[in-house]
Design a protein around this ligand. Structure first.
Ligand code: FES
Length: 126
């Protein structure tokens, strides 16, 4: 097992906002081509702001921790603010990632972009 920060271990062992989101305004799923791990993010949006987020991730501990902390990072943000989040922000929030696990935070950035794109594509999130 790679050396994980206490924050990663905490979010892996006690994931926040795990599950489905009833009445979600957008749901997106992405796969990391490097390893095949997958994550799904569902969000509820009110007045252009993410008011709730839930995730399901099939992947490594870092991917699960990244998904978990992502739900915390995006909740309360406007779509514009959430769209600015980068994988490095997720990695920083986790207290850093081992070099060979950096791609796990890319999965989080990808799913944030995907869910915002999905919401906007519906035409009610312009
Ligand atoms: Fe695939 Fe972490 S090893 S996302």
């Amino acid at each position: 097992m790679p050396e994980y920060s206490p924050t990663i271990l905490d979010h892996f062992q006690h994931p926040r906002n795990l599950g489905d989101l009833e009445g979600a305004d957008a749901v997106a799923e992405v796969e990391n081509p490097a390893c095949g791990d997958r994550t799904r993010l569902a969000v509820r949006i009110t007045d252009g702001r993410i008011v709730a987020a839930r995730f399901r991730t099939e992947g490594c501990p870092a991917a699960i921790a990244a998904s978990s902390i992502t739900t915390e990072l995006i909740t309360g943000r406007t779509l514009e603010e959430a769209a600015l989040l980068r994988d490095a922000d997720v990695a920083d929030a986790l207290g850093g990632l081992p070099r060979n696990k950096l791609h796990c935070s890319v999965l989080a950035e990808d799913v944030i972009r995907a869910v915002i794109q999905e919401y906007r594509a519906r035409g009610d999130g312009a």
